[in-house]
Design a protein around this ligand. Structure first.
Ligand code: AMP
Length: 411
């Protein structure tokens, strides 16, 4: 099946051809005709499914009629992170190469003045993170009353990041009659509530999660002690002995850990960059670029910073921390084994992580095999460590460390 039956304009079809895409992905196939018929769409799809083009391509077709007025964007796309916003902009540039549309990016961490100048010129497509968008709107520099189409992308991540009140405020600033496209990877009740609020009689389009479909990912877990220096030691050993290693993303749960682990890896002469929410925009862009072009082979990242990034061909994922939300595990490992390439995802499991690990295995419907010795059985139950915690210091039993692990070292 080609793109020709979807109702896209010739200009857009020309750009798709130039991009080398032959067949629409399932989300594109199912969503694009409805978008072009001005229906609201509820898309349940993860990054990696081609969901960005599923809204960018019909938007370009629709924007061919009409023109922008100063400070009144015609369409608005909300993204949870600056990186995702920048990636959507890149796609507009790529697929909109035959159009003369004004695209503006309104994200935190860059100058207000430049953004304001773009708004004055008139914007066809405004891609924004919620906080900065509201800043512009509250300063009276931006009117959302001309928005004909609103895209809310990665809605479940917006929820995780606490952006839902901002999204609801933005919802009151755009016209009631606009068309809305709403994308989310998961559908917890709170997201269902927002979707019900924002969408009118939507078409529901759901595509399977790449991680459940990708059988090319080898998943393993490795037992370690609870101290962070022990975990770092385990990680270094895993990286050094990884088979077929080309590059890896190392995930931590918190930005402080990202920074700490990055420093430690660099001290140990590993070629690593860090990506977390406290870095300014230029540092984030530089880190990502150095990883993309192969200058560094390790990217230490938090979930939020890495969400949705399109990084092709990662050979390994290391979960330095077991994610608290099982869905994050699926997102993380989806970074490898893409497009038929094989990949390996290794999770470092400390005794404290057993509950989170069980939740992950329940979600993915399989038990991840241990690499080397499994964790000591006593540590597999959540009640046990708590039980031990009650013993006064010095009287605790020494935990059994798997034989293959190095002895803990002083930091
Ligand atoms: P996304 O899910 O939007 O992050 O897209 C994932 C990747 O798939 C991006 O690198 C897109 O450029 C690419 N892509 C999108 N649509 C197609 C298609 N129909 N055929 C091949 N690649 C595509």
């Amino acid at each position: 099946m080609s793109f020709s039956h979807l109702g896209l304009s010739d200009k857009v079809l020309g750009a798709i051809d130039a991009a080398g895409y032959k067949t629409p992905t399932p989300i594109q196939d199912q969503a694009i005709p409805h978008v072009l018929q001005r229906r609201d769409v509820l898309g349940i799809a993860q990054t990696g499914t081609g969901k960005t083009a599923a809204f960018v391509l019909p938007m370009l077709t629709m924007l061919e009629k009409g023109r922008a007025r100063a400070r009144m964007p015609r369409t608005l796309i909300l993204e949870p992170t600056r990186e995702l916003a920048a990636q959507v902009e890149e796609q507009f540039i790529k697929y909109g190469k035959n159009h003369k549309l004004n695209v503006a990016l309104i994200i935190g961490g860059v100058s207000f003045g430049d953004q304001d100048a773009k708004l004055v010129r008139g914007v066809d497509v405004l891609i924004a993170t919620p906080g900065r968008l509201l800043d512009h709107s509250e300063r009276g520099r931006l009117l959302l009353s001309g928005v004909e189409l609103l895209v809310i992308d990665e809605a479940d991540r917006m929820l995780d990041m606490g952006f839902i009140p901002d999204i609801e405020r933005i919802g009151k600033l755009v016209p009631f009659t606009r068309q809305t496209l709403f994308f989310t990877a998961t559908m917890p009740p709170e997201i269902q509530r927002i979707a019900d609020n924002f969408l009118h009689n939507p078409v529901r389009v759901e595509v399977s999660k790449p991680a459940t479909a990708a059988t090319t990912i080898t998943q393993l877990k490795v037992a370690t002690g609870r101290d962070s220096h022990e975990k770092r030691d385990t990680l270094r050993r895993l990286i050094s002995s990884a088979e077929g290693f080309k590059n890896a993303i190392v995930f931590c749960n918190r930005k402080r850990e990202v920074a700490q682990l990055h420093r430690s890896l660099v001290q140990h002469k590993f070629n690593a960059a860090a990506l977390h929410g406290d870095l300014d925009q230029s540092a984030r862009t530089a880190a990502l670029e150095s990883f993309r072009n192969g200058d560094v082979s390790l990217l230490v990242a938090s979930d939020v910073a890495a969400r949705g990034l399109d990084i092709p061909a990662v050979s390994h994922i290391f979960n330095f921390d077991v994610p608290h939300h099982p869905d994050d595990y699926v997102h993380r490992i989806g970074r490898t084994g893409r497009a038929g390439l094989s990949g390996t995802a290794i999770t470092i499991v400390a005794p404290i992580d057993s509950k989170s690990m069980t939740a992950i295995e329940r979600l993915i419907g399989q038990t991840i095999p241990w690499m080397g010795e499994p964790a000591a059985p006593a540590e597999a139950h959540d009640s046990r460590p708590r039980e031990r915690e009650r013993h006064p210091r010095g009287q605790r039993q020494e935990r059994q460390r798997p034989a293959h692990q190095a002895a803990p070292r002083k930091q």
